[in-house]
Design a protein around this ligand. Structure first.
Ligand code: PMV
Length: 323
């Protein structure tokens, strides 16, 4: 079948995929300028875009109105293109703290932008962040940068090799790449969905209290120490700071009884563990004790979670063959 060129830009059909992410330190605080450490997980979203008689997402013709991420991407990247049928398949649970919306945006942008745009990842990361902000109203560029870049990243930290700077909301976030220590993590989804935007707003309100600046400093110190520990391959140090970070997240009220139950269930087989992402439900991330990965998985499953062993994805957003 011959391809369809959209307004001289992208030849269809086109397909791309991008990984989700897991935050190790600094969720929420990063929105306010504190450091963050995260990695792209080896669980991906793949999209296939074909020319069609009407625009649909997974056969839903209303998605371009009802799905704010899809709408934002189409308006910004495909305004003069023909109707398209988009199929999206993901191994990432939604609303679980694993960056499914960032992965969808990074994959869709890679599939819609003219060939070659994937070769300019800094631009792609900025566009995906702007789209996510538009759709979600709040947030930092950590998730979208991880989906675009792959690997381990820091945001607002002097550690790592400079990748790009993202601008928005009168802030600049510096994004850097850290070396992958090669560790296996376990992410466990609690099954409790939540809204990232609501959790981010609740955290922002908490920072308005008189002790807000001090609280933010405590988040920043934990993240700095956690990043330093990971950079020197110090599992014990990383585990300790994960526990400290969890104590802070609990203190500000973004943990959840189900998450606390999972943290307790996995503790004997874990070096460290904490919630990951916006919290208030969603997932936890565990650094399992060496040789006790299966036990950790079993403990989490028995406690009612859906556990996944994950490593960092070495690749970020990338075009793939359409079939
Ligand atoms: O739960 P998720 O995957 O939407 O991650 C949210 C991470 C926050 O730090 C709470 C917000 C952000 O955009 O950084």
């Amino acid at each position: 079948m011959s391809g369809v060129a959209a307004g001289g830009s992208r030849t269809l059909p086109s397909s791309a995929r991008a990984p989700g992410k897991c935050i190790l330190f600094g969720e929420h605080a990063v929105v306010h300028g504190a450091p963050e450490l995260l990695f792209a997980v080896d669980l991906r979203t793949q999209v296939v875009v074909r020319a069609a008689a009407e625009t649909t997402l997974n056969a839903d013709p209303r998605a371009s109105e009802s799905n704010p991420y899809f709408r934002a991407a189409l308006e910004a990247l495909w305004a003069s293109g023909p109707p398209v049928e988009v199929r999206s398949v993901s191994r990432l649970p939604r609303a679980a703290g694993l960056g499914s919306s960032a992965a969808f945006l990074a994959a869709l942008a890679t599939a819609l932008l003219p060939e070659g745009a994937a070769g300019r990842p800094a631009e792609l990361a900025q566009r995906c962040f702007s789209l996510e902000r538009q759709a979600q109203g709040v947030g930092s560029p950590g998730d979208t940068s991880a989906s675009v870049a792959g690997g381990y990243l820091t945001v607002n930290s002097p550690r790592g090799a400079a990748l790009w700077t993202i601008e928005g909301d009168s802030r600049r976030w510096e994004v850097r790449r850290l070396e992958d220590p090669g560790w296996v993590w376990i992410v466990a989804y609690s099954g409790v969905p939540r809204s990232t935007a609501d959790a981010v707003r609740a955290f922002a309100r908490r920072l308005e209290n008189a002790d807000g600046p001090k609280l933010l400093d405590r988040f920043a110190s934990v993240a700095h120490r956690g990043i330093d520990a990971l950079a020197r391959g110090d599992r014990e140090g990383v585990a300790r700071e994960m526990e400290e970070n969890q104590a802070l997240l609990r203190e500000v009220g973004v943990s959840h009884p189900r998450l606390e139950a999972l943290l307790e269930a996995v503790a004997p087989a874990a070096e460290g563990a904490k919630l990951t992402g916006a919290g208030c439900g969603g997932s936890i991330v565990v650094l399992p004790r060496s040789g006790r990965e299966t036990e950790a998985m079993r403990r989490l499953a028995r406690a009612g979670a859906v556990p996944f062993p994950v490593r960092a994805s070495t690749t970020g957003a990338e075009a793939v063959g359409p079939e």
